[in-house]
Write a protein of this length. Structure first.
Lengths: 489, 440
């Protein structure tokens, strides 16, 4: 009995202390001035600093990152700075690893990811007055802007832009394309100029090859590329507040119907993320399994390497193969869409009946981890990689489209195309907010559902505009639920 | 009759025991066990130091989960709620371990004082160690695994369980401070229409899956073992090699192989279409796939699981009493009757725990549908899940894909409660438990 009493008293005391302790007031972090926030970047670069740099997989595989690291280390040799490859997964979780000291010091990420970290305080605001940002469009800079302590701070140094382009094999064009597939006689094949012609050509290629070859080949479940069809017809992700989700805005169902038609032409094998990896083979093999794909411009480097290897296998010399691959892989702006959303009809006047599509875009930037021990050395690295010459080096090595307009103009080609699309407001910047994470899975499910509807579903469901609108309404409901749970949890 | 006079409490308790109650090891010192006493005193001093310098803060942290929010961009660390939770739990375990040590210290001094009162010689430290090694060897060998079980099993389980009562996850991740929210996560699961609806559907499918796959794996394995055991089968060793292959190949490789074989661009669907056996829209793994994918799951599960049960049953069947079969044959029993009344009860008795563990494994079989449907797609009517997902897959979606840690923990507690109840009932009602002596 006595033992029981003692245990009871001990437990009551422990819990009382606990409850009392739990009532202790919690304190926030306070507020800071711009000078206080930037003070860590003042002064000389730290001596003997080792900074871990996280870049994308392509930069690592092509050896570009190592070359940049070597060049940086050489320039700052007097400080004995050692910038190294962080040797981490491209999508390392800074929230988890940063506080434990395992994250990178400098990281290259897309704006949705980097700004999610910024909202959580895991990356540092940058002293923009020390960075070369004059030639970067304000719309691009804005994706890295976040109001913190009443100050408008920038958390990333934009380096490259990402958006959707169409890449096709010139050597796979039909021989009679100039007479049969260039109605407006502008020297651009119609099947890469308008979605109606691409739909018609894809259907024709599949039919003629008994399903073995494709006109367009791409993943139908890729949210990033396919959301453009909704955005082009009036949809938006977030309005002024995050309560305002506009993916089901009036007109979006027209874009969804367009996507559904397109899925019918591509077939069920494209309803998979695997299609994104398969396309590198299909577009570059000797059989010419795919004529074109819709993706990001940085894929071009891989396509060129693969096609070069194909040509070499076919007996070409290396140099000749490289030149042929460069010549035959062409990047153009994404195809124009019909104003009425009907890609199954034949166009009579391209200019009148179509419009340039809006596509989802993003900006990749270098940011600095809040957990770095060497903020000055890290900033020096960010400054180094964002210098004009080094940006050009990156663009040429990786096919990245520079964020700087002057460099984009100088490089021409795809850089100029995308830069122009940004200026024309045709690129919808991926929202730089934590809530963006909640849109991807429901979007993927929607595209999967609608693509299935016109490929393998025995009894199609989405046969009217109302039903497609219903699917979009459900999409928004799912996003809201995920966001609500995110807040509750 | 004289009333029995109650002895006042504490009277007759040796002073050494009282001293050891006050401070560990003090009584042992007065019993002239200087080394043991000093070590015990050192232990208590160390524990007091630990409490003063960290332990009390850790326990307070367990309740508060931090009071100062960090500002990483200014290098202000603040409190990490999750670390505090982990350290708090560790400290509670250390306190409990210390309480056990204190109890052992008192028991030890009582024994020593009693021996002294009897006039026996008190053991020195070396002799005490020898006693521990010789007479209480079991204690030594079991203590270490127990400590490891506490560190690597019980503490993480307690941690996971406690996370279910916080708001950790979603928007609330360090440096933001996590708070205790009581049964909020459970309320979300049981009251939010998306959750309760999804949970009901997944739980029903999960039970069907666990029962069906256990049945398939168990009886498939048993059937195969009986086949290999039959006298009429030639080249038994040759035939046994094939299940061994299926068993030896890592399951994720097998499942990835199955996915590529049965997906839309795979050879199976392609061949079926080429032969005209199915329509052009035929598919096994697609967004709409429900029963086709579930059946494929059963098939893969059998492929992977049947060989292990077959090997087990082969071993058990080799111990079967052949005379019973001889007697049954003489009594006119046919093959099926022999299986039903002799083989099955014998094998069932020996393998009931295996059935239970197979059921639990199948109930929590994460890999099957994770590899068979690699795309993250959510079906209509399901929240963050698909029609083929099991509870464990849903939990993965919530915790890893969507970082809803507290909800995932709450779900795992529900899962644990379900499995614990089922296992207990299944085992207590099994022949292995009720008829323990039948086959002895």
């Amino acid at each position: 009995m006595k033992k029981g009493k003692i245990i009871c008293i001990a437990l009551v005391l422990t819990f009382s202390v606990g409850v009392f302790a739990a009532c202790t007031e919690r304190t926030g972090g306070g507020t800071f001035t711009y000078e206080e926030l930037m003070a860590k970047f003042d002064g000389e670069i730290e001596q003997n600093a080792t900074i871990r740099v996280l870049d994308n997989q392509m930069a690592i595989e092509t050896g570009h990152l190592q070359e940049v690291l070597d060049a940086f280390n050489e320039r700052y040799a007097e400080y004995n700075v050692n910038a190294v490859d962080a040797n981490m997964d491209q999508y390392v979780d800074l929230e988890q690893n940063g506080p434990d000291g395992y994250g990178p010091d400098v990281l290259y990420q897309a704006n949705d990811m980097l700004m999610r970290y910024a909202e959580g305080g895991h990356v540092l605001p940058l002293p923009t007055e020390q960075l070369e940002i004059a030639e970067i469009p304000q719309t691009v800079m804005d994706v890295y802007k976040l109001e913190t302590y009443g100050l408008e701070l920038y958390y990333g140094m934009p380096v490259a832009q990402q958006s959707t382009v169409l890449t096709y094999r010139k050597d796979l064009l039909p021989e009679n394309w100039e007479s049969e597939w260039d109605d407006n006689e502008n020297g651009i094949p119609d099947m890469v100029e308008t979605m109606n012609d691409l739909y018609a050509y894809s259907s024709q290629v599949r039919q003629e090859s008994n399903g073995d070859r494709y006109g367009l080949y791409m993943s139908l479940v890729d949210q990033y590329f396919n959301t453009g069809y909704l955005l082009s017809f009036g949809a938006y992700v977030f309005g002024d507040t995050h309560d305002d989700i506009g993916l089901n805005a009036d007109g979006a169902e027209v874009g969804l119907n367009l996507f559904r038609d397109l899925a019918g032409a591509l077939g069920s094998t494209c309803i998979s993320q695997n299609a994104t990896t398969q396309v590198a083979t299909y577009l570059t093999n000797s059989a010419g399994t795919a004529f074109c794909t819709i993706g990001t411009p940085d894929w071009l480097t891989t396509f060129q390497e693969n096609l070069t290897a194909t040509y070499v296998r076919e007996g070409m010399a290396q140099e000749e193969a490289e030149a042929a691959a460069k010549e035959n892989l062409v990047i153009v702006a994404p195809p124009r869409l019909p104003k009425d959303g009907d890609i199954t009809k034949e166009l009579t006047d391209i200019e009148e009946e179509t419009f340039a599509p809006t596509t989802m875009g993003g900006v990749n930037a270098f940011g600095i981890s809040s957990y770095t021990k060497y903020p000055k050395a890290s900033l020096a690295f960010v400054k180094f990689v964002s210098e004009y010459e080094n940006l050009r080096w990156r663009s040429e090595a990786l096919g990245a489209v520079p964020a700087r307009t002057d460099l984009a103009e100088e490089l021409g080609g795809v850089s100029e195309i995308l830069s122009g699309r940004v200026s024309e407001g045709l690129i919808y910047m991926m929202p730089s907010t934590r809530d963006t994470q909640y849109i991807w899975d429901p979007l993927s499910s929607l595209f999967n559902d609608v693509a299935t509807d016109n490929t393998t579903r025995a009894v199609p469901v989405y046969t009217t505009a109302e039903l497609l609108k219903g699917a979009l309404d459900k999409l928004v409901t799912d996003i809201r639920s995920a966001m609500a749970v995110g807040v509750i949890s | 009759m004289d009333a029995v006079k109650k002895k006042p409490r504490g009277q007759g308790v040796p002073y050494q025991v009282k001293l050891s109650c006050v401070f560990m090891g003090l009584g042992q010192l007065f019993c002239r066990q200087f080394t043991k006493g000093a070590l015990l005193m050192l232990l208590e001093v160390g524990f007091i130091f630990f409490l003063v310098f960290a332990g009390v803060d850790n326990i307070i942290g367990l309740f508060t989960l931090g009071t100062t929010e960090g500002v990483p961009i200014m290098g202000i660390e603040g409190d990490n709620s999750i670390s505090m939770l982990a350290w708090g739990i560790t400290t509670v375990f250390l306190v409990l371990l210390f309480a056990l040590a204190y109890y052992a210290n008192i028991k030890d001094v009582i024994y020593t004082a009693r021996e002294m009162a009897k006039g026996n010689r008190v053991r020195n430290f070396f002799e005490s160690c020898q006693t521990l090694l010789n007479k209480k060897f079991y204690f030594l060998t079991l203590t270490l695994p127990l400590v490891f079980v506490c560190i690597f099993n019980i503490m993480p389980i307690v941690f996971t369980a406690l996370v279910a009562f916080t708001n950790y996850g979603g928007e609330i991740v360090p440096p933001k401070l996590v708070s205790w929210t009581g049964f909020q996560s459970f309320r979300v699961i049981f009251t939010m229409s998306e959750y309760i609806g999804t949970m009901g559907k997944i739980l029903a499918w999960n039970i069907l899956w666990a029962v069906g796959s256990t049945f398939l794996v168990y009886f498939g394995g048993l059937g195969l073992a009986l086949l290999y055991n039959s006298a009429c089968l030639k080249f038994k060793r040759f035939w046994r090699v094939f299940p061994m292959f299926a068993y030896a190949i890592p399951s994720f490789i097998t499942l990835t192989g199955f996915y590529f074989m049965f997906c839309d661009s795979g050879p199976i669907v392609g061949l079926l279409k080429d032969w005209g056996w199915v329509s052009e829209s035929f598919t096994i793994i697609s967004y709409d796939s429900k029963w086709s994918l579930r059946l494929l799951g059963f098939f893969c599960c059998a492929w992977i699981g049947v060989p292990s049960v077959m090997f087990l049953a082969t071993g058990i069947l080799s111990n079967v009493n052949k005379e019973m079969y001889e007697a049954a044959r003489l009594d006119g029993a046919n093959g099926f009757q022999q299986f039903l009344y002799l083989t099955l009860p014998f094998v069932l008795f020996a393998t009931t725990p295996v059935i239970i563990s197979t059921f639990i494994n199948q109930f929590n079989n994460f890999s099957i549908f994770y590899f068979l449907r690699p795309e993250t797609v959510y079906a209509p009517g399901y929240f963050n899940a698909n029609s083929s997902d099991l509870l464990i897959n849903w939990m993965y979606n919530l915790t890893v894909e969507n970082r809803l840690y507290s909800l995932g923990s709450a779900l795992s507690l529900i899962l644990f409660a379900f499995m614990a109840v089922f296992s207990l009932i299944a085992y207590v009602t099994s022949p292995a438990y009720k008829k323990e002596d039948t086959y002895r």
